[in-house]
Design a binder for this molecule. Structure first.
Ligand SMILES: [Zn+2]
Ligand SMILES: [Zn+2]
Length: 137
């Protein structure tokens, strides 16, 4: 669209006036406008604009829906990672406990404990512990 003659002469911005087949400048000045606008062109542009706006609305809705799905997946992944971390921690704790138990697997036993471990019963009176009476005769 080129500027109409009055606008071209005045070096003014030639903008189509919605309520007229004249440009806004010519409407304001009340002069004849020879701009290349037409109501048909305008309507075509309006239709195209409506179509694009509808497409944009759909795209926005779709984007919002995709964003919700992405956020959901993020939450699920976050929960999975947290669970994984917890089970890893539990596993590590378990391994540490096992290591600690293995470290204590051969503690220094007292004589009684050693005896019980070997023979499954506490030492008898002849164990020589010294705190029992030695029967003679
Ligand atoms: Zn104009
Ligand atoms: Zn004009």
């Amino acid at each position: 669209m080129v500027a109409c003659t009055p606008c071209d002469r005045a070096r003014a911005l030639c903008v189509f006036s919605k309520d007229s087949i004249k440009c806004a400048q010519c409407v304001r000045k009340g002069v004849a406008c020879d701009g290349s606008f037409s109501a048909v062109d305008f309507d075509k542009l309006s239709e195209e604009r409506d179509r694009l706006e509808a497409a944009r609305t759909r795209a926005i809705e779709e984007t919002a829906s995709l964003n919700r799905r992405i956020e959901n997946l993020k939450k699920i992944q976050g929960a999975m990672i947290a669970r994984e971390a917890r089970s890893l921690e539990a596993l590590e704790r378990e391994e540490e406990e096992q290591r600690a138990q293995q470290a204590n697997v051969a503690p220094v036993l007292s004589f009684d404990q050693e005896f019980a471990a070997l023979f499954g019963e506490p030492p008898g009176p002849d164990s020589g512990a010294g705190n029992t009476q030695v029967s003679q005769g």
